[in-house]
Ligand binder design. Structure first.
Ligand SMILES: Nc1ncnc2c1ncn2[C@@H]1O[C@H](COP(=O)(O)OP(=O)(O)OP(=O)(O)O)[C@@H](O)[C@H]1O
Ligand SMILES: N[C@@H](CCO)C(=O)O
Length: 302
């Protein structure tokens, strides 16, 4: 059996919804896979020539984690990846790889894979990623609220809520990269109570604004963050400066995920959309999440 999975880019946090809120975007990686005699990974596009071509590849690790959940050994797989989502830019590339892997793992497991429903896939994916705010929209699509039932990463749950039709995500993507692990290391162990209280109110307002009333003035207030962006600014000054420039002009803008990309809610005035060092991309919200397509190709016979 040959299976193809298409997984969307995502923007997490959306300002005050740190580790909880996420939006699926119409920008996709595609992975085609089958069981094989030895593991091989062919990468086209983003990460070609950089990513490992063996069991260390993130999609393979996610497939094997899914097999393990089903009590199956880590069988070798042959994968072809068509990567379009820029990596280490705060656009959920690692979540797209992980979600593609868990869906491929479920399909390649055959009948046994039927035991894994969407909540189970989310738990496996979030366990690998470490936090659920990118894997949730990648798997479910739309605008998601994710949480953990305990302190364990694999206790993730999520709901998807429909964003208003007029929500227009606009991305500003730089050339340079930043790993999420490095951006998380900049965060303090504790924040002032007033900042936590501020974030609770703004995150709740954001759910209302994105789903019911995405007026720029409301989104501007709703996207104000005090939990993570200020602590990451020193390591990502260009990102912090662009967010500040857009917000000063009345455009609701936030750090996308752990950065360095910036997510704005459009419309973005033309004079602000061309920024030296940044590629500006208008997006739509992906409504479906990752999708599986069984390819009509002959089954691998070994
Ligand atoms: N398509 C992919 N296939 C295999 N590995 C990938 C793929 N995409 C990302 N990765 C791995 O994940 C790393 C980037 O993950 P990281 O979590 O730092 O950034 P991100 O997922 O792009 O952004 P964010 O989580 O902030 O939205 C890459 O350096 C690479 O090791
Ligand atoms: N919530 C995560 C998103 C990045 O994957 C962070 O900001 O570190």
């Amino acid at each position: 059996m040959v299976v193809s999975v298409r997984a969307p880019a995502t923007s997490a946090n959306l300002g005050p919804g740190f580790d909880a809120l996420g939006l699926a975007l119409t920008w996709y990686d595609e992975v085609t896979g089958r069981l094989a005699r030895e593991t091989t990974v062919t990468v086209h596009g983003e990460g070609a020539g950089e990513l490992p071509g063996d069991d260390r590849h993130l999609v393979v690790r996610a497939i094997h984690a899914t097999f393990a959940q089903l009590g199956m050994p880590p069988a070798p797989v042959a994968l072809t990846c068509q990567n379009r989502i820029p990596q280490a830019r705060g656009l959920g590339s690692s979540s797209a790889a992980i979600v593609a892997g868990v869906l491929l793992g479920r399909e390649l497991a055959g009948a046994a894979g039927g035991a894994l429903d969407q909540p189970a896939l989310l738990r496996i994916a979030a366990g690998l990623e470490g936090h659920p705010d990118n894997v949730a929209p990648c798997l479910l699509g739309g605008f998601t609220v994710a949480w953990r039932e305990s302190s364990e990463p694999d206790s993730a749950r999520a709901v998807t809520v429909a964003p208003a039709d007029s929500v227009r995500p606009v991305l500003f993507v730089p050339d340079h990269r930043s790993l999420t692990t490095a951006a998380r290391a900049a965060l303090p162990d504790q924040v002032p109570h007033r900042d936590a209280a501020h974030s609770a109110g703004r995150a709740a307002l954001l759910v209302h604004a994105v789903t019911r009333d995405p007026a720029p003035s409301l989104l501007l207030a709703a996207t104000e963050d005090r939990l993570h962006q200020q602590y990451r600014a020193a390591a990502a000054p260009a990102t912090a400066a662009l967010v500040a420039r857009l917000r000063a002009a009345g455009v609701p803008a936030v750090v996308s995920g752990a950065g360095p990309s910036v997510l704005a809610f459009g419309p973005v005035p033309e004079q602000l959309s061309s920024q030296v060092g940044w590629v500006c991309q208008e997006m739509s919200v992906d409504q479906h999440g990752a999708t599986v397509r069984p390819d009509m190709m002959p089954a691998y016979t070994g």
